[in-house]
Design a protein around this ligand. Structure first.
Ligand SMILES: *Cc1c(COP(=O)(O)O)cnc(C)c1O
Length: 234
């Protein structure tokens, strides 16, 4: 078994190869190391190996990690991202913890984030999660609902939409999910061309351990990688 540092090297090499294949610039892609369920010691190894963005999917778990002394002594600036579904009643805590929330999928949640952010003078960066396959088990706004949600959100002053995120249906075969990644990019480009939302959407958060290379080929600016860095989750 490879160490976490070695895993990160392998992931970075694969990212670089995918970037080259697609003629993009390496600086366009951010690696979000998804550290949900991973303990502090192993997260620390990843940070020492150069990881600067950590992704969590539970507010309570993230709260402990953000406050952890062991990570702070490493002395690196860490960005914390919320990649999982956020309940409206956790918005208040979330805006204190996270630099970016990947998973806004309703106006109600957006309004709550806006309201809580206003109290602290923060402008919270977020992505809107799109449920492309219409899977009932997954969160995310429908493809059709995306523009109207963005229009409403652009009226909120303390929330800033940076882009879109998606979790396509799982498949062992990355080629099967390629069309979903492509569609998310098309939706983003379309929204930017229409200029109806007041936002210039730049980011596309898509691609996980199994398919991040394909996601990069289709325009991902953030890949969310857990297992390939930390190993199988218990
Ligand atoms: C767990 C998780 C990931 C990482 O998945 P891996 O397959 O372990 O890389 C990415 N995004 C979200 C939203 C997750 O919940």
């Amino acid at each position: 078994m490879l160490s976490i540092a070695e895993n990160i090297k392998v992931v970075r090499d694969r990212i670089e190869a995918a970037v080259k294949r697609s003629g993009r610039d390496p600086s366009e892609i951010k690696l979000v190391a998804v550290s949900k369920t991973v303990d502090i010691d192993r997260i620390k190894e990843a940070v020492i190996a150069g990881i600067t963005i950590l992704g969590e999917n539970r507010v309570q778990e993230a709260q402990k990690k953000v406050a952890s002394y062991e990570l702070r002594v490493v002395g690196r600036k860490i960005e914390w991202h919320m990649v999982g579904h956020l309940q409206t009643n956790k918005a208040k805590t979330a805006i204190r913890l996270f630099d970016l929330i990947h998973s806004v999928d309703s106006l109600r949640l957006a309004e709550e984030i806006d309201r809580e952010s206003r109290k602290t003078g923060k402008v919270q960066d977020v992505l809107v999660e799109v449920n492309l396959a219409g899977e009932e088990t997954k969160h995310g706004v429908s493809k059709e609902g995306t523009i109207s949600l963005l229009k409403e959100m652009s009226k909120l002053k303390n929330i800033s939409v940076k882009g879109l995120m998606t979790m396509p249906p799982f498949s062992e075969d990355p080629e099967k999910v390629r069309p979903y990644f492509r569609r998310l990019r098309e939706i983003r480009d379309n929204i930017n061309e229409l200029r109806v939302t007041g936002y210039e959407l730049r980011d596309l958060s898509m691609g996980m351990s199994n398919d991040f290379e394909v996601a990069i080929e289709e325009g991902a600016t953030m890949v969310r990688v857990g297992t390939a860095i930390f190993g199988e989750r218990r």
